[in-house]
Ligand binder design. Structure first.
Ligand SMILES: Nc1ncnc2c1ncn2[C@@H]1O[C@H](COP(=O)(O)OP(=O)(O)O)[C@@H](O)[C@H]1O
Ligand SMILES: [Mg+2]
Length: 260
């Protein structure tokens, strides 16, 4: 079960991204990076952030804690910036938030950041499984904090959920985009990572992760299916993608051998 906090203060926008995430203070006095449900990317970005993020955690990666942040529209009342006021007004109820890691920096090979073969291989497997294209050298979405790696920003993962009618085609996708992965040069143990990862993503673990997604988010997906039907759809995808994992694992190994 994920925790729910109440947002008490809008602190600072994080302007890099298009979705206008922000640092927000909550009633537990913690600082969080909030992904707003009223942002242009819509509810699917929040669902991907939650499901992929928790899959990463189940694999043993250090995804910052994910919580729900309840936003009272009055929070933006005194916000001078129109865009921010508008975003807060459009985001009542549950939003997604990640524990804010103060003083973290973005993983940057040019700044001589490195990763162990074990961890890099697991991150590569994770991103190929969830079909996340947002882990490139230009935009690593991998924070370095106290010298350890923290994967963030999984809102663009699970791209099959933008096109349920063609989900079949995605299940066996080798995910050729893995060749642009920032950690590929270090990922010398993809085969070993695959064995570990497959062992961790049991049906129970996946069901618990998908069970965390609020009904109202799932019901907001266009198409008129119930929350239970959507959950079953996600689980069906994950089970079948795991069964076909060989395809994306071999693709990642090939992509790496072309580069090193
Ligand atoms: N948990 C976090 N702790 C510290 N900084 C963060 C955290 N999450 C995001 N950031 C910062 O905010 C930026 C934008 O967040 P991100 O999740 O990448 O959203 P997007 O790229 O979709 O705007 C990141 O590039 C990073 O600099
Ligand atoms: Mg980002």
């Amino acid at each position: 079960m994920l925790r729910t906090v109440q947002a008490t203060r809008y602190v600072l926008p994080l302007r890099e991204g298009g979705s206008l995430p922000a640092i927000v203070e909550a009633d537990d006095l913690g600082l969080y990076v909030v992904k707003f449900r009223g942002a242009g990317q819509g509810i699917l970005a929040l669902i991907a952030e939650l499901i992929a993020g928790e899959i990463g955690r189940a694999l043993g990666l250090r995804v910052p804690e994910i919580v729900f942040a309840e936003i009272d529209p009055a929070l933006g009342r005194n916000e001078p910036d129109y865009e921010i006021r508008h975003l807060l007004k459009a985001s009542p109820g549950l939003n997604l938030a990640l524990d804010y890691l103060p003083g973290s920096t973005m993983f940057d090979p040019a700044a001589r950041d490195t990763a162990s073969a074990e961890e890099a291989s697991l991150v590569v497997w994770f991103d190929a499984f969830t079909q996340n294209v947002d882990r490139t050298p230009r935009n690593a979405n991998l924070l370095v904090w106290h010298r350890k790696l923290y994967p963030i920003d999984h809102g663009a993962a699970l791209f099959f959920h933008h096109d349920w009618a063609n989900m079949e085609k995605r299940i066996e996708s080798p995910f050729a985009q893995i060749e642009h992965h920032v950690l590929l040069p270090w990922a010398a143990e993809i085969e070993q990572a695959a064995t570990i990862a497959r062992g961790k993503l049991t049906p129970d673990v996946l069901a618990e992760i998908v069970g965390n997604v609020p009904d109202e988010w799932l019901e907001a997906i266009p198409g008129g299916l119930s929350a239970a039907e959507r959950r079953a759809g996600y689980l069906d995808f994950f089970h079948r993608r795991l069964a076909a994992a060989e395809l994306f694992e071999q693709e990642a190994i090939r992509a790496r051998s072309r580069h090193v």
